[in-house]
Design a protein around this ligand. Structure first.
Ligand SMILES: [Zn+2]
Length: 320
């Protein structure tokens, strides 16, 4: 099992890290691209993606805390995702490894960088070395990719678009697949009727593999926390809306298609969940520690418990 930490640089409130006109914060790009990487990696066997910090708490987690988490979780590599700033004429993608990084790290960075250049068609600024904290303080292969310049008007248009973010994520994933020799999961049987697709991140297991239309995601009777969840709808334009209640953190903000709900690697319980999508009936139930399956809930009703310190261990979601 290859464990990969995605580190979306900065946070939403980090001072300075935004475009000159204030129209985009760097974190918006970093976070969206990292989540695309997490989703794309879920299509491969024997790989687990973890995030370096809570993306929704509005706190700029220190570089040392991020590095400490990577060291504590003994991940195989850290991929830090950023957008650049510089002269207004500067364009393109550059990737950094630590000044003293070994050949192995260089080879990983080279593959991720080259694949991202191929996927995006961007100006190639090469693989460089620098004494950045996230590269210095992590004990494993670590790279930092600057995916374009917020200070260049052409790059900025790209950095703001989801299409470009997906291309960057695809390139990063292609490099990781090449370096680690990851194998793709068999394509799921596709149907043209609306379906719900979801994946759970389980304590001690990681991302468990994609489930759909009522299949059980998670475990029962193993006393393992369901720590995070992604849900998306297929073959429908209905917009998914999901909220979760996390131990000590209250209800989260709304998540939509494919966004990660919950936390990974920080040992917090997901305790309750609400899911809805206008124009579709969504039905779901959760398996609670020591209690078993709840009744089926639907269209935004609360499934689970709050304030009772009971974890969700598994979930089933279906349409209709
Ligand atoms: Zn940055």
């Amino acid at each position: 099992m290859v464990k990969i930490m995605l580190d979306p640089g900065h946070d939403i409130n980090t001072p300075g890290k935004r475009t000159l006109d204030g129209s985009m914060r760097e974190f918006e790009f970093n976070k969206a691209t990292a989540l695309h990487v997490v989703n794309l990696l879920s299509n491969y066997h024997d790989v687990e993606a973890v995030l370096s910090h809570d993306l929704y708490d509005g706190i700029d987690t220190s570089l040392t805390a991020r590095a400490n988490l990577a060291n504590q979780l003994r991940v195989d590599c850290v991929v830090s995702i950023h957008a650049n700033a510089g002269a207004s004429s500067a364009r393109g993608i550059e990737t950094y490894i630590h000044t003293n990084a070994p050949d192995r790290t260089y080879n990983l960075a080279r593959m991720v960088h080259d694949q991202t250049i191929i996927a995006t068609g961007m100006v190639n600024r090469g693989v460089k070395r620098a004494d950045f904290a996230i590269l210095r303080e992590t004990n494993m292969d670590a790279l930092l990719i600057e995916c374009g310049f917020m200070t260049n008007s052409d790059d900025l248009v790209l950095l703001k678009s989801d299409d470009y973010r997906i291309k960057c994520a695809r390139g990063i994933v292609n490099g990781l697949v090449q370096f680690y020799g990851l194998n793709k999961k068999a394509a799921p049987v596709t149907s043209l009727s609306p379906s719900v697709v979801y994946e759970a991140h389980i304590e001690g297991i990681g991302w468990q593999g994609v489930k759909r239309n009522g299949e059980t995601a998670g475990t029962t009777g193993q006393s393992r926390r369901l720590e995070a969840l992604t849900v998306r709808l297929e073959n429908t334009n209905a917009r998914l809306q999901m909220e979760g209640h996390i131990e000590d953190l209250d209800w989260t903000n709304e998540r939509t298609n494919g966004e990660v709900l919950g936390t990974m690697g920080v040992a917090l319980r997901l305790e309750a969940i609400k899911i809805k999508a206008d124009g579709l009936n969504i039905t779901y139930r959760v398996h609670i520690e020591n209690t078993g399956w709840t009744d089926w809930k639907k269209n935004g009703e609360e499934a689970g418990t709050t304030g009772q310190a009971k974890r969700i261990e598994a979930i089933e979601i279906k349409l209709g």
